[in-house]
Design a protein around this ligand. Structure first.
Ligand code: ISE
Length: 337
C-alpha cells in the first residue's frame, strides 16, 4: 500500500473543521498532517485526537513542511489567492473551497499561473457535482434520453444567515453554486445574468434583500432561474427541476423516512448544508485524494473557479442595476479543454 497523502488543512472554521473530521475518519489514503488557523486555540482544538498532526498559525509553515504533501484551503475566500500562488509554486495538489478567489481578475491570475505550470493542481470545492442526484441528472442530460434540456429551475433555500452575510453574498456565496451547477449540467458557459428583487421577507437582516430571483442564460439558450432565499426559516433546501423535450426531472427534494404518528404525517426537513451534502463532500474529498495519488487532478478546475467568479461579478452588477449583464470570459487555456 502506498503511504497516505499528508494533508495540511488551512482554516479550522465551520468548513475546515468538517473536512478535518472527514479526512481523519472517513477518507482512505489520506491523513491530517497539519491544521493552520490564525486562532491558535482553534487550530489546537481541531487536531485533538489526531495523532501526528501539528497545529500552526501560518500557512507558509505548512507549505514549508517536508511532512505536507497536499493542502486543503478552507479559509475565507479573500485569503485564497496568496496561499494558492504559494502552493502552486510548491507544485502540490490543492483542494480550494469555493470561491477560488473573490473576483474574476484574481481568479484569472490563478488560471494563468496553473496553465504556466502545465498541469492541473487545483480542484475547486464545488461539492454539488459529487451529489448522487446531481451526477444522475448530468448523466441523463448527456444521454439525450429525454431529448434536449430546455430549462432549469433551481430552489436554493437556507434557514437563516450567519452574522455579516451581505446582500452581495446571496450571489457570491450562495448562487455561485448554481452558476457552477448550470455549467456542469449544460456543459456550456453562462452568457448573461439578471437579478430581480421582488417582495422581501421581514426576516432578513438589515441590508439584505431576500429572496432574489436570478435569471441565467447559457450559450445555447438554456434558460435557468434561481430562487435564492437565505432566511427561509423552515430548513435547508437545494432542489432543481429540469425541463426536457420529453420529460421533467426533479432532484433534491427531501426524501427519507415517511412517518405517520400522533395524528400527523410527514418527515424531517434537512437542517443545513453539512447534512444535505455530507455524502457529496465525502465523495469529493475521496476523489481528490485518489486523483492526487495518481498524480492527476480532475473535478471542478481553476477554470471553473474563474468562470463562476465572472458570473458572480455579473450577478452583483445585475443586483445593483436591475439590468441583464453579459458574462465575458477570457480565452480558455488548452490545459482546461
Ligand atoms: C454556504 O457558504 C454554502 O456553500 C452553502 O452550500 C450554501 O447553501 C449557502 O448559501 C452558503 O452561504
Amino acid at each position: 500500500m502506498s503511504s497516505p497523502l499528508r494533508v495540511a488543512v488551512i482554516g479550522a472554521g465551520r468548513m475546515g473543521a468538517d473536512h478535518i473530521q472527514r479526512l481523519h475518519h472517513r477518507i482512505s489514503g489520506a491523513e491530517v498532517a497539519a491544521v493552520v488557523d490564525i486562532d491558535e486555540a482553534r487550530a489546537s482544538a481541531a487536531i485533538a485526537g489526531i495523532e501526528g498532526a501539528v497545529a500552526l498559525t501560518d500557512a507558509q509553515a505548512a507549505l514549508d513542511s517536508a511532512n505536507v504533501d497536499a493542502i486543503l484551503i478552507a479559509t475565507p475566500g479573500f485569503l485564497h489567492q496568496d496561499i494558492l500562488f504559494k502552493a502552486l509554486e510548491r507544485d502540490i495538489p490543492i483542494l480550494c473551497e469555493k470561491p477560488l478567489t473573490p473576483d474574476a481578475a484574481s481568479s484569472w491570475g490563478i488560471v494563468q499561473a496553473e496553465a504556466k505550470l502545465g498541469r492541473k493542481r487545483i480542484q475547486v470545492g464545488f461539492m454539488r457535482r459529487y451529489d448522487a442526484e446531481y451526477a444522475q441528472l448530468e448523466t441523463l442530460i448527456r444521454s439525450g434520453e429525454l431529448g434536449e434540456l430546455l430549462m432549469l429551475h433551481h430552489q436554493h433555500r437556507n434557514p437563516d444567515t450567519p452574522a455579516g452575510f451581505t446582500n452581495e453574498m446571496l450571489i457570491n456565496d450562495s448562487v455561485v453554486h448554481e452558476f457552477d451547477a448550470i455549467r456542469f449540467f449544460t456543459g456550456e458557459e453562462i452568457t448573461s445574468v439578471q437579478v430581480r428583487l421582488g417582495k422581501a421577507t421581514k426576516n432578513a437582516p438589515e441590508g439584505q434583500h431576500d429572496p432574489q430571483h436570478v435569471l441565467i442564460e447559457t450559450e445555447s439558450g438554456v434558460l435557468a432561474d434561481v430562487e435564492i432565499y437565505v432566511n427561509a426559516q423552515f430548513g435547508y433546501e437545494v432542489a432543481t427541476q429540469a425541463s426536457f423535450e420529453t420529460g421533467i426531472v426533479s432532484i433534491g427534494n427531501d426524501a427519507g423516512p415517511y412517518v405517520r404518528t400522533a395524528g400527523q404525517w410527514g418527515g424531517r426537513v434537512t437542517p443545513g448544508f453539512e447534512e444535505r451534502f455530507g455524502a457529496a463532500y465525502d465523495t469529493e474529498i475521496q476523489a481528490w485524494v485518489d486523483a492526487a495519488a495518481r498524480g492527476e487532478l480532475g473535478g471542478p478546475s481553476a477554470w471553473d473557479g474563474y468562470a463562476t467568479a465572472a458570473c458572480c461579478e455579473a450577478g452583483v452588477e445585475a443586483q445593483r442595476t436591475g439590468e441583464r449583464v453579459a458574462v465575458k470570459l477570457n480565452e480558455k487555456p488548452a490545459l482546461y479543454s
